[in-house]
Design a protein around this ligand. Structure first.
Ligand code: SF4
Ligand code: SF4
Ligand code: SF4
Length: 140
């Protein structure tokens, strides 16, 4: 599971994060949880990131550093092979959940329409993850 938005590169993040948990407590979506070392990671099974920035604002040592014009992360939704549509089951739950219409369904002859993520549009928010009945979406 990824670090919170605007996290420094991993080595710098590890050096800066004091494991205070302030970001975890600040997230109104309750999607931040502690990893085994008590540092924050995002659990998209709990919901989506709204990029509100409250985690970064709460981070006093600036392990999360929100800078104007800098994207929160490079994460994108990745659809895995256990997607129901690949087994010819009609499902559009991820597309319905995406706030920026980044998942389009291309028709396939004699088969269920297949989801395709636009890397250009996807923000990696994770809104598509929890609604997927097959847990077939990774944000990576
Ligand atoms: S940006 Fe907001 S919603 Fe996203 S992890 Fe930080 S506090 Fe939570
Ligand atoms: S991660 Fe967010 S923006 Fe990307 S496809 Fe899923 S819901 Fe849409
Ligand atoms: S919600 Fe999950 S199972 Fe349904 S089409 Fe999207 S990735 Fe496939």
């Amino acid at each position: 599971m990824p670090r919170p938005p605007w996290a420094l590169a991993e080595a710098a993040f590890l050096a800066a994060c004091t494991r205070c948990g302030d970001c975890i407590g600040a997230c109104p979506q309750h999607i931040l949880v502690a990893d085994k070392d008590l540092r924050p990671i995002v659990d998209f099974s709990r919901g989506e990131c709204t990029f509100c920035g409250q985690c970064a604002e709460a981070c006093r040592p600036r392990a999360l550093e929100k800078t104007e014009g800098v994207p929160p992360w490079q994460l994108k939704a990745r659809i895995q092979s256990n997607c129901l549509a690949k087994s010819n089951v009609v499902c559009r739950a991820c597309g319905d959940a995406c706030p920026v219409q980044a998942i389009r369904f291309s028709p396939k002859v004699m088969s269920a329409a297949q989801p395709e993520v636009s890397n250009a549009l996807c923000t990696g928010c994770g809104a598509c993850c929890a609604p997927c009945p097959a847990q077939a979406i990774r944000i990576a």
